[in-house]
Design a protein around this ligand. Structure first.
Ligand code: SAM
Ligand code: SF4
Length: 332
């Protein structure tokens, strides 16, 4: 049971952990990794399942109630389901979510349903097989699309994550909105961030959240703003009569930092208290040095009490002053 509600030094509650279980991936999405891939971590550097379980148990005791398993591609990690079975049982963890590209996910959906997974975020940047191949550099559209259908059939809440890329998938924006007509799915358009393992793709961001919305409004002039969930990073909209909804995430413009309730832990156990910082505490090293729970928790609390106020301050404080690592390493 959570003994405390955690707050940071700006009075923001911290209740949501995004944990990367691997930095490896079976796709090479344009916005996330260079074509040749990234230099993967040696396996011994990754947190073990036992370390993850211990860490999540500690964080749940401190006030974390929601966890998202991400990566890299989480299902590339051998026996991921074993970890999920353990995590859903940790006292205090109310919601377990997953972010996946869907390629290896399909066979596990019945068990995910049975385990009570709260929702799955599925990355899908286009509904066109050729453009999928061009963006992800792999011909795996069919498997991702089948996973989407199976998640819907199993009535697992699904959010589609679509990164908006100038010159690559603009023609897909409105078809993806159209998908929400018959399907009870939330399609979230994300501003492209420079976390691609090689630096900025553009001198400045053309497809800002405002431009994405204007583009949708031209095709769907009736689209209406709807209530956003608490601590949501997305602005939500709905076309009247459509079953699903649309979200727009200002990930580059960083408009949501004031209500940010999330922390990240990378695959090698580095704590990030902001997506834009370059890691503030190596928890894996503390665990492997044999520190007791009380000492690890004290160090975590210290990190939470010196959180930057927003992503701009976090970026400014970086030791290397560049935000070019891959989202796959960070844990998107
Ligand atoms: N492999 C899984 C997947 O793709 O869903 C999970 C990891 S991936 C890094 C998590 C999310 O980060 C994906 O939805 C992806 O679209 C998003 N992402 C990756 N690189 C990004 C970037 N440069 N800008 C914005 N979003 C990005
Ligand atoms: Fe892999 Fe996800 Fe990055 Fe695409 S976005 S390369 S699927 S980790």
């Amino acid at each position: 049971m959570a003994t405390n509600q955690l707050f940071d030094n700006h009075g923001r509650p911290i209740s949501y952990l995004r944990l990367a279980v691997t930095d490896r991936c079976n796709l090479r999405c344009f916005y996330c990794m260079p074509e040749e891939g990234i230099k993967y971590l040696p396996k011994k550097e990754l947190l073990t399942f036992e370390e993850i379980e211990k860490l999540v148990t500690m964080l749940a005791q401190m006030g974390i109630t929601k966890i998202r398993l991400t990566g890299g591609e989480p299902f590339v990690r051998t026996d991921l389901m074993q970890l999920i079975r353990k995590i859903v049982q940790i006292e205090g963890i109310k919601d377990v979510h997953l972010t996946t590209n869907g390629i290896l996910t399909g066979q596990h959906i019945p068990e995910l349903k049975q385990l009570g997974i709260a929702s799955v975020n599925l990355s899908l940047d286009t509904l066109d097989r050729d453009r999928f191949k061009m963006i992800t550099r792999r011909d795996e559209f069919v498997k991702t699309r089948e996973t989407l259908q199976s998640l819907l059939d199993h009535k697992i809440p699904v959010k589609i994550n679509t990164v908006v890329m100038d010159g690559k998938n603009i023609q897909d924006i409105n078809s993806l909105v159209e998908l929400t007509k018959e399907q009870n799915v939330s399609v979230r358009f994300i501003e492209e961030m420079p976390f691609n393992g090689e630096g900025n793709h553009y001198a400045s961001l053309t497809w800002t959240y405002k431009k994405i919305l204007e583009h949708i409004q031209k095709e769907f002039p009736d689209i209406q703003k709807i209530q956003d969930e608490e601590n949501s990073t997305a602005y939500h909209y709905k076309v009247p009569g459509f079953k699903g909804n649309v979200g727009i995430i200002a990930a580059f413009s960083r408009t949501f930092c004031g209500s940010c309730n999330r922390i990240r832990i990378t695959a090698q156990g580095v704590l990030k208290t902001c997506l834009y910082d370059d890691g503030v505490l190596n928890i894996r090293d503390l665990l492997r040095a044999g520190l007791g729970d009380a000492e690890v928790k004290a160090q975590l609390l210290m990190a939470f009490s010196s959180r930057p106020k927003d992503g701009f301050e976090a970026e400014q404080n970086r030791k290397f002053h560049s935000v070019s690592e891959s989202m796959s390493t960070i844990g998107g």
